[in-house]
Structures are given as structure tokens and as C-alpha cells.
Design a protein around this ligand. Structure first.
Ligand code: SF4
Length: 366
């Protein structure tokens, strides 16, 4: 296949596809009184607008705390989608990146969906333009199209299934058991990991997350030597050389669970460092070490933090609620098509949960 590559740090890159643009829009640090005043104002606005805050584990810790304190949620993208769909609020404020806001709108068209900054995007989404992707699908009509959540509504509209890192293994295993061949997009590392684990026939798009792609296997080996008792926790968007050293490979929720339930004292964490906020809260006595991103082969700003996630701030939250700015809109034809693949995933995961709990959906205990 043709490779679709984007150089986000290029000097001539423009607009939201450039990480320099994102870093320039990251809010300046605030002092404690400023943060508390904004949190109080945001809580008032959430109440006044019958709104709920749905935040991802990678965003600023104040936003995570505010979401929990006001009856919202902090979670991975699968749970964010579920929570937003099922909540009775008339406005969802999504603190995360654009595809998360779009998924919320696709699932809840009757709700207003706001985001603190609509320019907050994702390299996986940017690296999978809908027209190119449609041509790729057209060239392989015999394959079931499975896309990661980190894609635009237009790409989801072309897909048979959406998956997140929480459920990708189960869904691809099921498709393989049915004898289906898969067209996978856009993350090449996650796709490779799923392929290795399931043995499924998967044709891959060549996308990557600019944060996880920067973790370095060699430097991780050196770090492990200094911390021989540490458990290695890795998100599967990371390169193979990093995943190969993992004690636990999983979604953000799975990695947090591993820290909370793990017997080790030290954990080396290979995912966006925004997750450390929640890990520290839930496992306060444990030592968390960021996996290395720097090294001889580092290609760009290596800091294990997503510039687009970092664009979410308290002031942006207050502004979007106060002025109705940052509203996510998805045209109805695209929304209806994209809904199919998301609903399939949610139904699948609900059925799996029910099975695990010994229940049959709609019937009760079985
Ligand atoms: S951390 Fe990576 S996958 Fe997540 S939003 Fe940022 S660029 Fe996308």
C-alpha cells in the first residue's frame, strides 16, 4: 500500500496538523488561586447548562479532578463514549481530542457536545484522510474494515467496526474466528500487536501516534537494568521493541488497574504521562517512572505528552461553556453511517461484560 506519512514538526507545516501550532496553544501554567477560581466557575457553568464533563486520562490533572468532583468521568475512550451516551445531561463537554468529541456527537445527536479547543486533534486521525482511506477500502472489498477510535467521523462512516485499545483484541479474535479477513487502520503498532496476538489476516494502514512512537526499546532496556524489580506497563500504540519488554500491555484503563493491583513497588510506564495523575491518586504509595522517549534515534520533541491533549485547559472549559464555543458538529449522513461501527463495538463489549458477569443481556442471570 502507499504510505501516508505526515511530518508534524516540519517548518512549513501549517494549521492544526502541525505540533508547533498545538504547543503554541497549550495554556500557560496557572497558580493555585487562579486554578481554584476557574474550577469553581466551571463547576457553576456545568450546573447552569445541565452539562457534564467527560475527560480522558491524558488531559490536565485539574480537568480530571473537576470531572470527578462534578459527577462526570475520567476514563479511556471506550468508557468516555459509553458514559456520554448514557448520561442524562443535555450538554457533554469532552476534554480530550476531536475524535472523542465526534464519537460523543455520533452517539448522542440530541446533545450539544462542546470541547475546550476544537483544534485538539490526533496524529492518527490526521494521518488517515477519509478520501485516501476510502480508496484503500475500495481496493480491498473482500476485507472487513476495522478502525481504531482515533479516526474522523468520515473514516468511521466507511468502517464495519470501530475498536478501542480496550476491546480490539476481543473483536479481532471474534472476526478471525468467523473467518473474516481484516483491513486495519490507522495505527500500525497497535495493528501489529493485535495481529501477533490473534494471528488474524490483517492488511494495515501506516499511521502512528506521535507520542507512543517515540518510546525507545534500547533506552528502556537500560532503564530496566537500573530498576530490576519494576513492572513494565506499555500501551500497544508503542513500537514492537518496547511492547516486547512489557509485563502488561493494555489500554489506559488496563495500565491503571495494573498499578493499583500490582504487587511491585516500582512501575515503568510507556504511555502519555498525563496518566500518572490518576495512577498517583489511585496508588499513592507506588513509584511511577516514565519510560524513556529520548535517545539517539529520537526524531522530534520527545516528552511522552500529547500536545493536542495538552491544549485542554480550565480557561478553555470555562469559555466553551460560557459562550457555547467549540461545538462539535457532524453532518447527519456521516453520523448515521459512522454510528453503525460504534454501536457494533458497544453492543459487542456489553455482551462480553454480561457474559463475564454470568448474565445474558435483556434476560438477567443465566
Ligand atoms: S496521545 Fe497519540 S493517539 Fe492519543 S490523541 Fe495524542 S497523538 Fe493521538
Amino acid at each position: 500500500m502507499d504510505q501516508v506519512l505526515y511530518d508534524y514538526t516540519r517548518q512549513d507545516a501549517e494549521g492544526q496538523s502541525c505540533t508547533a501550532h498545538a504547543w503554541a496553544k497549550v495554556p500557560a501554567p496557572l497558580n493555585k488561586p487562579q486554578r481554584e477560581a476557574l474550577k469553581q466557575r466551571a463547576a457553576e457553568l456545568l450546573r447552569a447548562h445541565n452539562a457534564v464533563l467527560v475527560a480522558h486520562f491524558y488531559v490536565d490533572g485539574d480537568l480530571q479532578d473537576l470531572a470527578l468532583a462534578t459527577g462526570g468521568c475520567v476514563s479511556d475512550s471506550l468508557e468516555m463514549a459509553r458514559f456520554g451516551r448514557d448520561h442524562q445531561a443535555s450538554t457533554l463537554v469532552v476534554a480530550g481530542v476531536r475524535f472523542m468529541g465526534e464519537s460523543a456527537k455520533i452517539l448522542s445527536p440530541e446533545k450539544r457536545v462542546l470541547m475546550p479547543d476544537l483544534d485538539a486533534t490526533c496524529s492518527l486521525d490526521l494521518g488517515c484522510p477519509a478520501d485516501d482511506f476510502a480508496a484503500f477500502c475500495d481496493a480491498h472489498p473482500d476485507r472487513t474494515v476495522v478502525v481504531y477510535a482515533n479516526t474522523s467521523a468520515a473514516v468511521k462512516a466507511r468502517a464495519d467496526w470501530m475498536v478501542t485499545s480496550s476491546c480490539a483484541l476481543d473483536i479481532v479474535s471474534e472476526l478471525k474466528a468467523r473467518g473474516e479477513k481484516i483491513l486495519w487502520a490507522p495505527d500500525r503498532h497497535l495493528g501489529r500487536y493485535i495481529q501477533e496476538q490473534t494471528g488474524a489476516d490483517m492488511l494495515m494502514w501506516n499511521g502512528a501516534c506521535i507520542v507512543h512512537d517515540e518510546f525507545k526499546g534500547l533506552e528502556l532496556e537500560l532503564l530496566r537494568e537500573k530498576h530490576p524489580g519494576a513492572l513494565i506497563l506499555v500501551h500497544p500504540e508503542s513500537p514492537q521493541s518496547v511492547v516486547a519488554q512489557a509485563d502488561v500491555v493494555g489500554s489506559t484503563s488496563a495500565l491503571i488497574k495494573a498499578v493499583v493491583e500490582g504487587k511491585a513497588q516500582e512501575y515503568i510506564v510507556a504511555t502519555d504521562n498525563g496518566i500518572l495523575h490518576r495512577m498517583r491518586q489511585l496508588a499513592p504509595g507506588k513509584t511511577l517512572i516514565e519510560a524513556p522517549t529520548a535517545g539517539n534515534s529520537a526524531t522530534c520533541k520527545s516528552c511522552a505528552h500529547c500536545p493536542w491533549m495538552a491544549m485542554n485547559g480550565l480557561q478553555g472549559l470555562v469559555d466553551c461553556l460560557a459562550h457555547g464555543a467549540g461545538e462539535i458538529l457532524v453532518d447527519e449522513a456521516t453520523r448515521v453511517k459512522a454510528l453503525t461501527c460504534i454501536t457494533r463495538m458497544l453492543d459487542f463489549t456489553a455482551a462480553r461484560r454480561a457474559q463475564a458477569a454470568g448474565l445474558v443481556p435483556g434476560i438477567g442471570a443465566a
